[in-house]
Design a protein around this ligand. Sequence first.
Ligand SMILES: C[S@@+](CC[C@H](N)C(=O)[O-])C[C@H]1O[C@@H](n2cnc3c(N)ncnc32)[C@H](O)[C@@H]1O
Length: 264
Amino acid sequence: MDATIGAGGHAEKILRASDPDGRLLGLDADPFALEIATGRLSEFGARVVLQNSNFENLERVASAQGFVPVDGIVFDLGLSSMQLRDAARGFSFAHEGSLDMRFNPATDTTAADLVNHLRERELADLIYEYGEERASRRIARAIVAARPIRTAVQLAHVIERAVGRHGRIHPATRTFQALRIEVNRELDVLQKTLEQIPDLLAPNGRVVVISFHSLEDRIVKNFLRNEKSLRVLTKHPIRPTNEETLANPRSRSAKLRAAERVDE
Ligand SMILES: C[S@@+](CC[C@H](N)C(=O)[O-])C[C@H]1O[C@@H](n2cnc3c(N)ncnc32)[C@H](O)[C@@H]1O
């Protein structure tokens, strides 16, 4: 199972490696990602089942599709480069898009709703907790003073004016991360989903999780370590090589952790 099918890159490799009869169930919360993956994986025919669903429904979808017990589950968390480039989604402060940030456009709250309606204190706490941003109070004050904020670029400017620019990382990066986590309830969903995994895996079945920031990685690390029916295969997380980060700069923060189901 590929819980985050995206453009289908991992799925294609898994299907080739499990030729000729390996089957794959792929999920994505984003209906646009699913369209692209459907095209890319069409040559595999009935070996692939794709579903537009949040991975918090993993257990239900996997049972309904006859995929339990499963030999392997992979999660490649966060955003695809496709989503980041799509201005209309508002994930990136490099594009003049509306401030949306929902993985699935059918869910309720957008980043613009949070930015324009939360109380200053709530906004500051959110940016501190999910962005691990020390300048959270200053940023929240500047946001409230600049309301209404409609676009990603506008928000990035407000933050840059409030805290200035130091170093290579844009000063809005952490705030954008915080808003995205809250809009998609990412940490909550991840925790609840990991808890479903032991019951889904076949004996010796493996789970692999690639995470992109420390809040996510901590949840994965603690879960794998504390779950008695899993044996951790990565004492230290696997990091990208230098060649990989050169070829794909977004991989620089990636950490891969894996575990195997053991028989009780
Ligand atoms: C980094 S991309 C995956 C790229 C994919 N591995 C590939 O090879 O093309 C992450 C994908 O996960 C999806 N996603 C993030 N959180 C999700 C969730 N809770 N449920 C389902 N899909 C999610 C995003 O919509 C995005 O398409």
